[in-house]
Design a protein around this ligand. Structure first.
Ligand SMILES: [Zn+2]
Length: 458
């Protein structure tokens, strides 16, 4: 322990002269020369007495706050220490010349996570398709630690500052599910049972709060927490006020009262509020018209007020073979090749009544999922549909009694969703309809004249 000095830093009455994690040591002082130099000298003496030497080339000086006109000179063992604006302590890059001291840390971690994500996904070229279950495990083991490193201290106050890290998460999840960059965000999280990064990072920060609120928590971080609380209550920015802002910045904001003292009870309350906010975010996210099928097949069976655990539960269709799950995923999130999806994104102002089915060319038929899969009278579709249902009856003979009772076709698909072999055969049928879309051009109608000129039903 270096000798006490008048310029030592105190947090909630606790003197914090230095931080030490194995050989990663930070000496701290409020003065630019005297206080810090005294600590360096004491540290050098202690090292020599214990048979160690300090490498001045690997030691750095950082100044937080306004920089002096003349750089201060501090040295260890007679060698001057270089003044830097950014350095790493315990794996966290801190910068003294930007308003956000963790800005470089986030940029660095985003690069590392992106590289690992790319390598993980490139693995498929050598070992074949990675099922979502393993894609999820690889994410949690290899990518999530980088995206959340230091999030307990580096709280997400500004939504934009999280963007580089969020981009890595979203790109990876989309690749695992084989969806496009236009896919709805919320289903990426629910399908793979992975929390949105903003929620995940805040969850870890609140867990850290619960840890610090315990009576036997380490002295320094506990003192730092209480100092942050005092600062926030006095109207100054601090970790405590950042937590409040982070809760407020959630897609479904949560109010955190900074006047309530930190405790394990408060941490538990905040965790529950965070989970409820996430549940509401998911319910709002899947309420869009585009996810009608997803809601109908996967959410409706969960009841009127599904729990968070049920919303994030794994789905049978993600255990199917690559092509089968790819087709079903795209069907569920409306990324299929049918006109109903394609025309929605053309934004050409045409009404759905003009999205005529390319297969039957009947002006009364809109080419959407229900029509193509279950209603269209095109000969090739009828044959494929008949074959599919015949096969499914062979796979599951009781289907013969179930079919007449299911008047809603999507209710039937909900039934398939509980039987992997039926679902696999249905997925093959869906795949065939997708292939037919590649072979038959879509009918483009942009005016009433186009509609009138469309030939009579063949
Ligand atoms: Zn048709």
């Amino acid at each position: 322990m270096p000798p006490a000095h008048a310029d030592d830093v105190f947090l909630n009455g606790v003197r914090v002269a230095y931080l030490a994690q194995a050989d990663d040591i930070a000496l701290i002082s409020k003065s630019r020369t005297d206080g810090l130099q005294a600590k360096l000298d004491a540290f050098n003496t202690w090292c020599r007495r214990n048979g160690m030497a300090v490498n001045a080339l690997k030691s750095f000086l950082m100044i937080f706050g306004p920089l002096p006109d003349v750089p201060p000179v501090v040295a260890i063992a007679g060698e001057r220490i270089q003044l830097v604006s950014s350095t790493v302590y315990v794996g966290v890059t801190m910068t003294s010349t930007t308003p956000h001291i963790y800005a470089d840390h986030r940029a660095y971690k985003a690069n590392v996570a992106r590289r690992i994500a790319n390598v993980t996904l490139a693995m498929e070229g050598y070992i074949g398709s990675v099922p979502p279950r393993y894609g999820r495990l690889l994410y949690l083991a290899r990518i999530d630690p980088h995206l959340t490193y230091g999030c307990e201290a580096d709280v997400d106050v500004h939504p934009s500052s999280l963007h580089p890290l969020e981009t890595v998460q979203l790109t990876y999840l989309r690749r695992v599910l084989m969806l496009s960059s236009r896919s709805p965000l919320v289903i990426l999280y629910t399908m793979l049972n992975i929390w949105p990064l903003r929620y995940r990072r805040l969850q870890l920060a609140v867990r850290y709060l619960a840890y610090l609120a315990q009576s036997d928590a380490p002295a320094f971080p506990k003192a730092a927490m209480h100092t942050a609380v005092h600062l926030a209550r006095a109207g100054h920015p601090s970790w405590w006020s950042d937590l409040k802002l982070a809760f407020n910045a959630l897609p479904v904001p949560v109010h955190m009262d900074i006047d309530i003292p930190p405790s394990t009870h408060l941490a538990a309350h905040l965790q529950n509020a965070l989970r409820e906010s996430l549940r509401q975010y998911v319910l709002q996210g899947i309420a869009v018209p585009r996810l009608e099928l997803y809601r109908s097949i996967l959410v409706t069976p969960l009841g009127l007020a599904p729990s968070l655990a049920k919303l994030f539960a794994s789905h049978v269709f993600l255990t199917l073979a690559k092509l089968q799950r790819k087709c079903l995923t795209r069907l569920l999130v409306c990324e299929h090749p049918f006109a109903a999806h394609r025309r929605r994104f053309l934004h050409d102002g045409t009404p759905p009544a003009w999205w005529i089915c390319r297969f039957c060319r009947d002006v009364r038929c809109v080419e959407d999922e229900g029509h193509v899969l279950f209603e269209c009278v095109n000969d090739d579709l009828i044959k494929a549909r008949t074959r599919a249902f015949r096969d499914m009856l062979t796979i599951h003979p009781p289907l013969e009694y179930i079919l007449p009772k299911r008047t809603d076709v999507w209710d039937l698909v909900r039934f398939f969703a509980r039987h992997p072999r039926l679902l696999a055969r249905f997925a093959d049928f869906v795949h065939m309809t997708f292939k037919m879309c590649d072979e038959v051009p879509m009918i483009i109608i942009t005016s009433q004249n186009d509609l009138a000129e469309l030939g009579p039903r063949p």
